[in-house]
Design a protein around this ligand. Structure first.
Ligand code: MEV
Length: 327
């Protein structure tokens, strides 16, 4: 019998990038999930099939000894996805003390890959949980989060915060500052997402901000300003003040643009959402393209986004109360 787990994607209300340097961030899990099905096989090999990852679908098989895909050179996206899956499985083998366990892994996801909605974190969180359970080990969500963080950090060459993985494992709204990770009480905010149909490498974008921060004091100050803004945003979240949250999201988008991680498509979608009546809008995740998130109680922002050429898909996203779960 295969074992299946799912985990949600997320949007950042505030704080992406700055969180890498120890500032607080508040990501919120959304009801778009990655589902990972795992079945142990007795030849020690790892076979991964994926569909719906904004790709046509792929299958990759790893040998127990060589760790080399047995398919023609996969696309960069497939390679990136495989890196996460491979490391997630290794973490589960370690948790169960079964270093030679082989698996068939099937991934399905309605979170676009590399677009700022936490697709890789959701796949890693669900993958660690499912593979560990398949080997008879039940991990607490906090432990899954910590293991998934180690996986992301390794795959992203040491450049990752705990925010994406903790949010995906726990669900709801969370606050992450360094290694201090907590869940927050939050209302179901009226999130609207705009997606430009492109994907980008988180590691490259994080490295770009690091380089800017090393070169310019203004970039260092900008990162600190994002931290100040997040602390104000927490008060607004506690009070359920959507107008103030929106104003702070607008500022956060400007600060992220100053760090070089916005893009024409993201700016166009942000302005479309604001023109459509959103309380505020910003890019979400690593940036470079991908998704924006807006707050709007009415249909205006979603309609304006769907009429914007830069926007491939606009949709409402509900807060996901549940994090990782057995399916
Ligand atoms: C990516 O979803 C969020 C970043 O802050 C990187 C991280 O926190 O690991 C850009």
């Amino acid at each position: 019998m295969p074992t299946t787990s799912s985990a949600p994607g997320k949007v950042y209300l505030f704080g992406e990038h700055a969180v890498v340097y120890g500032e607080p961030a508040v990501p919120c899990a959304i009801e778009r999930r990655a589902t990972v099905r795992v079945e142990e096989r007795d030849d020690g090999r790892l076979r991964v099939s994926a569909a719906d990852l904004s790709l046509d679908g792929f299958t990759v098989e790893y040998g127990a000894d060589d760790g080399v895909p047995n398919v023609d050179v996969p696309t960069a996206l497939v390679e990136a996805a495989m890196g996460y899956v491979d490391a997630a499985v290794a973490s589960a083998r370690d948790a169960a003390d079964r270093p030679d366990a082989g698996f068939d892994v099937t991934i399905e996801s309605d979170i676009p890959l590399g677009a700022g909605l936490g697709s890789s974190a959701a796949v890693v969180v669900a993958g660690v949980d499912a593979a560990a359970r398949e080997l008879g080990v039940e991990l607490a969500p906090e432990t899954v989060a910590e293991r998934a963080y180690e996986v992301e950090k390794a795959v992203q060459s040491g450049e990752a915060s705990r925010a994406d993985t903790f949010c995906s494992a726990m669900g709801g709204a969370v606050r992450v500052e360094g290694s201090d990770c907590r869940t927050l009480d939050a209302p179901d905010l009226p999130f609207v997402v705009g997606y430009d149909g492109t994907s980008h490498d988180t590691g490259d974008l994080v490295a770009g901000v690091r380089a800017l921060r090393e070169q310019y004091d203004f970039a260092r100050d900008t990162v600190e300003s994002i931290g100040d803004l997040v602390r104000r945003g927490e008060d607004a979240l506690r009070e359920g003040d959507v107008e103030e949250l929106g104003r702070l999201m607008d500022v956060d988008h400007g600060l992220l643009a100053a760090l070089g991680v916005s893009a024409r498509s993201l700016d166009e979608m942000v302005w479309a959402a604001r023109d459509g009546g959103a309380a505020g809008a910003k890019l979400t995740g690593a940036g470079g393209g991908g998704c924006i998130v807006a707050l709007d109680r009415d249909d205006g922002a979603e309609t304006a986004l769907s009429l914007t050429p830069a926007c491939e898909e606009a949709f409402r996203a509900r807060l996901a109360d549940e994090g990782v779960r057995a399916e």
